[in-house]
Design a protein around this ligand. Structure first.
Ligand code: FES
Length: 158
């Protein structure tokens, strides 16, 4: 039985407007995403069915949370903070440098082995500005050279 099946069983007897249904949506999305790497429209529909919420409500949650991906991602994910501290220390130029280095727009995939680079709200790493999360690990302060070295390493890593 998958996590989603278990969740569906747990939610089956709850009233339609029970808050647990909404609280269950994000873990359900993360569970499905761990299998597929991202949530396509069918996954959104599946989570709506499991939780009893509308697909619009699930879509709203999916687009609100920065760790939920609606498009295919690379094997590695680099989230570069573009909030105030990081922006003042060059995050916008880093995001542009990443696009230029990878030859793909933010969130896009230039090739199968390319990492996905995404802008992010404050990562809580302001003391490392401009900062990033690389597959969930803190990195920073970054500059263009360090970022390009990092992207090159991620592209060639198995
Ligand atoms: S503003 Fe970038 S980590 Fe806080």
């Amino acid at each position: 039985m998958t996590d989603i099946d278990t969740l569906q069983k747990d939610l089956a007897n709850l009233p339609p407007d029970h808050p647990d249904r909404r609280e269950a949506a994000v873990p359900a999305m993360l569970s499905l995403q761990s299998e597929t790497g991202y949530l396509d429209d069918a996954a959104i529909e599946k989570i709506a069915e499991v939780t009893g919420l509308s697909s619009t409500e699930i879509e709203e949650l999916a687009t609100f949370y920065s760790l939920i991906y609606r498009c295919p991602t690379g094997r590695h994910i680099v989230q570069i903070c573009d909030s105030v501290c990081c922006s003042m220390r060059g995050a916008d130029q880093l995001l542009t440098a990443a696009e230029n280095y990878l030859g793909a727009p933010l969130g896009g995939l230039a090739s199968e082995c390319a990492p996905t680079v995404l802008p992010s709200i404050c990562l809580g790493l302001c003391d490392k500005a401009p900062a990033a999360l690389v597959d969930g690990e803190a990195a920073g302060p970054l500059n263009r050279t360090l970022l390009e070295t990092l992207l090159k390493r991620l592209q060639t890593e198995e």
